[in-house]
Design a binder for this molecule. Structure first.
Ligand code: PEP
Length: 243
């Protein structure tokens, strides 16, 4: 069975005082039958790993190289050195604002695995691809280009048009996409592909979490806005643990 995962992506949000929110999330995670991962900004990694022992901590991106003259970047080794266990790669905001294609995303995922981090590889279609009926094909192409040969990964399906908009795909569309992703991962990795956690991401809230988690091949969520406050994120973690 894939591990149930509630993952939070804080993006470029959060100050040192917000560690108290993380501590509340960590305390709640202790009681629940699911794994909680928070990916805070790099500036909070140190205190997050120090003060939040019941959750796992991840980075939001890593460079494909272990070290070197890459001003402003951070390597997977450095994240591991800070106590991180996971790293998000290929988030649509990186693909869009930093021009990252699937070849780069795959290199980052490989760098993460080499540093003993588990990559959370993000894929998702644009609105016009959804509207033209090409969503599954677009996502399949991204997956084929972005996943490494090693199956120690987490896959996050995040339709770009659902991120931060409050709009989500229908339950049927979520099921169809996650079933297609499971079939592709199984074709690629064999029985190991059946154990990979497939997360849904895009406007997950306490009000829609239970329905989303009731889909067979949804094994958790990657949550942006609603992961910033414990009052929003803890009910999502609870809905996942109950699913
Ligand atoms: C995200 O950015 O990964 C995300 C899913 O954001 P939100 O939950 O705010 O839509």
């Amino acid at each position: 069975m894939p591990t149930k995962i509630a993952a939070g992506n804080w993006k470029m949000n959060g100050q040192q005082t917000d560690i108290s929110e993380l501590q509340l999330i960590s305390k709640a995670a202790d009681q629940l039958d699911c794994r909680t991962i928070i990916c805070p900004p790099t500036t909070l990694l140190g205190n997050a790993t120090k003060f939040c022992n019941e959750i796992f901590i991840g980075g939001q991106d890593c460079h494909p190289k272990p070290s070197g003259a890459y001003t402003g970047d951070i390597s997977a080794n450095m994240l591991a050195d800070m106590g991180a266990s996971y790293v998000i790669v290929g988030h649509s905001e990186r693909r869009t604002y930093h021009g990252e294609n699937s070849t780069i995303v795959k290199a980052k995922a490989e760098a993460a695995i080499a540093a003993d981090l588990k990559p959370i590889i993000c894929v998702g279609e644009k609105l016009q691809q959804r509207e033209s009926g090409d969503a599954i094909e677009a996502v399949s192409l991204q997956i084929k280009g972005s996943i490494p040969t090693n199956s120690e990964i987490i896959l996050a399906y995040e339709p770009i048009w659902a991120i931060g908009t409050g709009v989500i795909p229908s339950f049927k569309e979520i099921c169809q996409m996650h079933d297609a992703i499971r079939a592709l991962l199984t074709k690629n990795y064999g029985s190991s592909g059946q154990k990979i956690s497939i997360l849904y991401g895009g406007s997950v809230k306490p009000s829609n979490a239970a329905e989303i988690f009731s889909a067979t091949n949804v094994n958790g969520a990657l949550v942006g806005g609603a992961s910033l406050k414990s009052a929003d994120f803890i009910p999502i973690m609870r809905a996942l643990a109950k699913s």
